[in-house]
Design a protein around this ligand. Structure first.
Ligand SMILES: [Zn+2]
Length: 343
C-alpha cells in the first residue's frame, strides 16, 4: 500500500476541522516535516496541537491478519510534550475512513528505540466507522494504553476534548456502549464500579461521552442547513447547532429534527427567548422579552433586529431532517413563551 505524503495528511486533517466550522491556523514553514503545528479555534475555545500523523497500513508479513499500524518514518528526535498544547500521535486509515490516536505520553521515544510501529486492530477501526468512536485497551510498557479511533465527524471533538479518554484505562471498553446509552444505562455503568475510585472515573467517562453525543449532533445539523443560519442565512463559520428542546429536558434528543443551525446572534436570541420558531416554521418575537429588555434599558438595536427578521426560517431541502413541529412547540414552552405565541 503506497504511503500518503505527510503534507496531504495534514491538508485533509485541517480541511476536516474546517468543515466542522473550526478556524484553523497552521504554521506554514514546517509543512513538510512532522509535527505540523496547528491551532484550532471554535466558539468553545482554542486548542494548540502538535500533529504527528501517518497512513495506517496492514501489519505486513508474519503479523496477525487483523493488525493495522503506523510506522515511525520521517521523525526527527523525540515526540515532544508541551504544556498548553496537545501532542496528537495518530494515523489515518483510508481503508476504514477513520483517524486513530495513541497516547503520546507513552511514546515520547517512538521511533528512536527498537519499536518503530504502533498497532490497532481493524475491528476497532471498523467499530469507530459504525458508531463514530471506538477504543482499544492495549498493553504498553507503562501499563495499559487506551487507543482511540474516531470518524472525521468526531475529529474536532477528539482534538478539543478527547484527550481525557486516554486516562480511562479498562473502563474505556465501555465507550461504544455509552455513545447511545440511556440515563439508566449510564447509572448502571457507574453503580457497577468495584470501588470508589472507579466510580469517580466512570462518572467522568459518562460525562465525557455525553459531551461527545452533543458534539456529534453539531456536524449533522450544520450539514443539513448547509452551514448557514436558518434565520439570516449567514455562514462565515459563525453558525452553531442549537437544540430546539433544551438538553436539560428529558424529551430532548440529539436527532437533527431537534436541531437548528443558527448564527451566534440568532442562537443567543433563541436561547434567551427573544425570538421563537413556531411549529409552522414562522419566526415570532417575544413581546414579554421586549418589554423586559426595554425596562432595563437594553433595547438598543431592537428595531433594526426585528426589521431584519424574515417571516419564516429556511429549512433543509430534505424533509426528514427538518425540525419536528412537536419539538418546536416544546422548545417554545421550555423557553416560557406567552401561550398566544405558541399556538
Ligand atoms: Zn442568523
Amino acid at each position: 500500500m503506497p504511503g500518503i505524503p505527510f503534507p496531504r495528511l495534514v491538508n485533509d486533517f485541517v480541511a476536516t476541522l474546517e468543515r466542522l466550522s473550526a478556524t484553523v491556523i497552521r504554521e506554514q514553514n514546517r509543512d513538510t516535516q512532522r509535527p505540523a503545528r496547528i491551532r484550532a479555534l471554535t466558539g468553545e475555545g482554542v486548542t494548540d496541537c502538535l500533529l504527528f500523523l501517518w497512513a495506517v497500513t496492514p501489519g505486513g508479513n508474519n503479523r496477525p491478519e487483523n493488525e493495522r499500524r503506523i510506522q515511525a518514518t520521517g521523525l526527527d528526535g523525540r515526540i515532544p510534550l508541551i504544556p498548553g498544547a496537545r501532542t496528537l500521535l495518530g494515523g489515518w486509515s483510508e481503508e476504514a475512513g477513520v483517524y486513530v490516536f495513541w497516547d503520546a505520553r507513552r511514546h515520547v521515544d517512538f521511533g528512536s528505540h527498537g519499536s518503530n510501529s504502533l498497532q490497532v486492530t481493524i475491528e476497532t477501526l471498523e467499530a469507530a466507522q459504525r458508531v463514530g468512536i471506538a477504543t482499544q485497551v492495549r498493553p504498553s510498557r507503562m501499563g495499559s494504553e487506551v487507543v482511540v479511533a474516531v470518524t472525521p465527524d468526531s475529529l474536532l471533538w477528539y482534538v478539543q476534548n478527547g484527550g481525557a479518554l486516554h486516562n480511562t484505562d479498562q473502563d474505556a471498553n465501555g465507550v461504544p456502549d455509552l455513545v447511545d446509552a440511556t440515563t439508566e444505562d449510564e447509572a448502571r455503568f457507574i453503580n457497577e464500579s468495584r470501588d470508589e475510585s472507579q466510580t469517580a472515573r466512570r462518572y467522568d467517562l459518562v460525562e465525557l461521552m455525553r459531551a461527545y453525543r452533543d458534539a456529534k449532533f453539531r456536524p449533522a445539523v450544520l450539514r443539513a442547513y448547509r452551514y448557514q443560519c436558518a434565520v439570516c442565512q449567514t455562514a462565515l463559520k459563525l453558525v452553531d447547532a442549537a437544540h430546539i428542546v433544551p438538553v436539560s429536558y428529558p424529551q430532548s434528543t440529539d436527532e437533527v429534527t431537534n436541531g437548528l443551525a443558527l448564527c451566534r446572534m440568532h442562537h443567543g436570541a433563541y436561547d434567551n427567548a427573544l425570538i421563537g420558531i413556531r411549529p409552522d416554521y414562522s419566526i415570532v418575537v417575544n413581546n414579554e422579552r421586549e418589554s423586559a429588555l426595554t425596562a432595563i434599558n437594553l433595547h438598543m438595536g431592537l428595531d433594526a433586529f426585528k426589521a431584519a427578521l424574515p417571516a419564516m426560517i429556511t429549512v433543509p431541502a430534505q424533509a426528514e431532517v427538518r425540525p419536528e413541529p412537536r419539538n418546536l412547540r416544546l422548545g417554545l414552552e421550555a423557553r416560557r413563551f406567552p401561550g398566544d405565541l405558541i399556538a
